[in-house]
Design a protein around this ligand. Structure first.
Ligand SMILES: Nc1nc2c(ncn2[C@@H]2O[C@H](COP(=O)(O)OP(=O)(O)OP(=O)(O)O)[C@@H](O)[C@H]2O)c(=O)[nH]1
Length: 328
């Protein structure tokens, strides 16, 4: 869980396991120190080692909750649990990433987001919101209804696909933040209903079936994807690789203006093939996977697929580039 409302030092060091019912546990909580400080700065070594240590006590707990500091970037952490190469050989067989929860401070959240929009690059609060699957707008008792609404609208513009819950003292029904399966089956995507606000409707492009939410530093783009032939599916995947990898320093060295400007932090998609197959896309930063939806997960066949990109520089050019790729 992230809370960007504070300005805490990035050197927080604990993984906190709650295991009150475990008779073998020494206490109701255990803290595993990460030798190298912040989890996201020590992903490959200390992070994985700490989780491996935890898994020696497999069965003593049901969930692992990682609480990062206010300045952490959740993207690399999410990738570590999801598709890390070393990790996938070992622990990913035993545990899976459920979702990323972000706590936004209702008193300072708006100001923090405004400041982060005005900096070069993508400020941490925006990264945290962009990568979240559920958002708590906490300290709702301390601000006016108007301020809550304005903050919610700012959040929706950054990430239209994460539900936002207003909370006091972060009290929330655990069903909203646990077992959310944000990275699992397509069930989630079938039922995803994106937030629409009056102020966003003018950005909606019905002709191209696209919805575009633009805020200075970060934006999201939602596209309806028609049923795809096998060729189009291959073209779509190639296009996705292009947009996810073009900014990577290990990529093909492309140095065009658009390469520098576009940065995808999170992508999700559900694609339908003309043969009736369903495929799900999940991506964090430059990592992605496209998996076939198992029959048991399918709840009715949707008429069209959808693609959601959250990141920087996602303007009309990106949408047109995708349409062009599918038309080839
Ligand atoms: N009125 C009100 N106070 C709250 C709420 N949530 C937390 N607080 C109080 O705000 C104070 C600061 O709490 P946080 O903002 O969570 O600060 P913190 O515990 O340092 O946060 P982290 O370092 O991010 O874990 C504490 O006294 C909390 O009891 C809330 O919803 N309403």
């Amino acid at each position: 869980m992230n809370e960007f409302g504070d300005t805490a030092n990035i050197e927080a060091k604990a993984i906190n396991i709650s295991s009150p019912e475990d008779p073998t546990a020494e206490g109701s909580e255990e803290f595993l120190e990460l030798a190298n400080g912040c989890l996201c700065c020590s992903i490959k070594d200390a992070g994985i080692a700490a989780i491996e240590k935890l898994m020696e006590r497999k069965g003593a707990f049901d969930h692992i909750i990682l609480e990062t500091t206010g300045l952490a970037d959740p993207g690399p952490i999410a990738s570590m649990f999801w598709l890390n190469e070393e990790y996938s050989e070992g622990l990913s067989r035993q545990i899976s990433l459920d979702g990323v929860v972000c706590v936004v401070d209702a008193v300072f959240g708006q100001q923090q987001m405004e400041e982060d929009h005005s900096v070069d690059g993508i400020g941490e609060s925006l990264r945290q919101i962009a990568c979240s699957d559920v958002i708590l707008l906490n300290k709702a008792d301390l601000v006016s209804e108007d301020k809550l609404t304005v903050t919610e609208e700012m959040i929706y513009k950054v990430n239209p696909s994460a539900p936002v819950h207003r909370t006091v003292q972060a009290h929330i029904d655990l069903a909203h933040i646990m077992n959310v399966n944000a990275y699992a089956g397509a069930r989630q995507l079938h039922s995803t209903s994106f937030h629409h606000h009056q102020c966003d409707d003018k950005h909606k492009d019905h002709h191209n079936h696209a919805t575009h939410y633009q805020l200075r530093g970060i934006s999201s783009l939602q596209l309806l994807i028609p049923p795809l032939s096998q060729d189009q599916l291959a073209q779509l995947e190639q296009w996705i690789q292009g947009i996810l990898w073009r900014n990577d320093e290990f990529a093909d060295g492309s140095d065009s203006q658009s390469s520098r400007d576009v940065r995808v932090l999170r992508c999700k998609g559900l694609f339908i093939t003309s043969a009736g197959e369903e495929l799900m896309l999940q991506g964090v930063q430059n990592m992605y996977e496209i998996t076939k939806v198992e029959e048991r997960d399918v709840i009715g066949i949707p008429h069209s697929g959808k693609l959601v990109l959250i990141g920087k520089g996602l303007d009309n050019t990106v949408k047109e580039s995708l349409m062009g790729a599918l038309d080839r």
